[in-house]
Write a protein that binds this ligand. Sequence first.
Ligand code: ZN
Length: 198
Amino acid sequence: MNLPIRQYGDPILRVKGKRVDKIDNRIRELAANMLETMHAANGVGLAAQQVGEALQLTVIDISEVEDRPSTMRLNGKDVDPTAEMPLVLINPQITPHNETSAGTEGCLSFPEITGEIERAESIALAAQTLEGDTIQFEAGGLLARAIQHEIDHLNGILFIDRMNSAAKASLASRLKRLQKETQRGIKHRAAVASDAAL
Ligand code: ZN
């Protein structure tokens, strides 16, 4: 099922995700819906907060991106990252490596807004899979960037928080407008829901 994507201004985007203690049907269904929603929106990653659930759960798929390379080292071996996609990462633990670089990012919760964000060029990651196994790998390039962006979401951190002050200032009025539109939408939905309850 394609889920509505929460936009900037929705308070859930600022909520730190709760640990997933049990991988049950609800989590499996949510992950499947998140994958469908991400693919339908042509995104490379989606966090649970972006579909209204504050949980430590994110999905990633960089396999359609051809112009920005990724690397992945799994069980001590370099692998083709596209063959490992999509990833469903539950309760991820990230260790960013020291080297950083700036790169362009967008976010499905910020339509048409992009920014240059400084991130670690490579990371080590441990997470649970939907099968309840532990997956551990190292990632570089776009995959490392996407994972850092999504794990930020799981902690209530948004990419605008990592923009420099000049970039943020130049986006200020667009962000304010988006925030207002989102909050108007939430109020409207609440009003419709309370009418329906009568
Ligand atoms: Zn995002």
